[in-house]
Design a binder for this molecule. Structure first.
Ligand code: ATP
Length: 235
């Protein structure tokens, strides 16, 4: 069993003629929280979508527990134990809160997460279980998106732009819930525009700049100067 649960090697991604990722090398150790930062358009979402089978990657490998999952369909990847909380939530608007959550549980994977456990993590969702997901606030919708991913009992969970567009108080609630989410050996990747938050919850961090890894380091020791250079390309 490799120490890393996920490893990208020389990963490229394209949208027609446009190349969005260039030879990305990255790994996530089993049980760690990894942060990925980078400016708008750096390629963070493209990387998340490549890993979870939502877009085809070009040359390069995506190894999950040592097995190449590049080219697998999103549902196959989910059944193997990779879950994503997508940017913009992407809930099913015609379904209730509870129905959205139950869909996440239909991956056939066993584990600690159940509807009751998600309701214990985010009690407001229990109160609002029967209402359409679209009638929730942005923060509550993010809680549903997180709960839906947890219901699939993943081994690794990818959060794309976890706090984008949410009020500070809601962001705090979601970050406060993270230790309870990530416990029990689950690995996580957090894509975050708020660099301070990203560093505070992660053990390591990568920065992407124009589709390339511009920095890798330990979150506790990396300097602001290194981050500024990697983020903005300032020499
Ligand atoms: P953001 O924080 O704005 O979401 P990001 O780091 O997640 O940024 P991506 O969304 O992965 O960046 O975009 C990387 C590059 O790919 C950008 O130049 C973007 O314009 C381009 N891109 C993203 N999606 C598409 C698409 N569907 N078709 C064409 N180009 C795209």
């Amino acid at each position: 069993m490799p120490d890393d649960i996920l490893r990208m090697q020389g990963l490229d991604a394209h949208y027609q003629d446009f190349q969005a990722l260039y030879g990305v090398d990255m790994h996530v150790d089993t049980g760690e929280v990894l942060a990925i930062i980078g400016a708008n358009g750096a390629g963070k979402t493209t990387l998340m979508r490549s890993i979870t089978g939502l877009i085809a990657n070009g040359p390069g490998q995506i190894l999950y527990r040592g097995v190449d999952i590049g080219g697998m369909r999103a549902d196959q990847v989910a059944r193997l134990g990779l879950a994503m909380v997508p940017e913009g939530r992407q809930l099913f608007p015609s379904l209730s809160v509870e129905e959205n959550l139950v869909i996440g549980g239909q991956m056939g994977r066993r584990g600690p997460w159940s509807l009751e456990k998600v309701f214990a993590l985010f009690p407001i969702l229990k109160d609002r279980r029967a209402v359409p997901s679209t009638s929730l606030s942005g923060g509550q919708q993010q809680m549903v998106a997180i709960g839906r991913a947890l219901m699939s009992n993943p081994d690794i969970i990818l959060f794309d732009e976890i706090s984008l567009g949410l009020a500070p108080i809601v962001i705090k609630d979601i970050y406060d819930a993270l230790p309870g989410i990530i416990g029990e050996g689950m690995s996580a990747v957090i894509v975050e525009q708020d660099i301070t938050k990203a560093l505070s919850v992660s053990s390591r961090v990568y920065c992407l700049q124009e589709g390339r890894v511009s920095l890798e380091g330990a979150s506790a020791t990396i300097s602001r100067e290194e981050i500024s250079r990697a983020y903005f390309g300032i020499q």
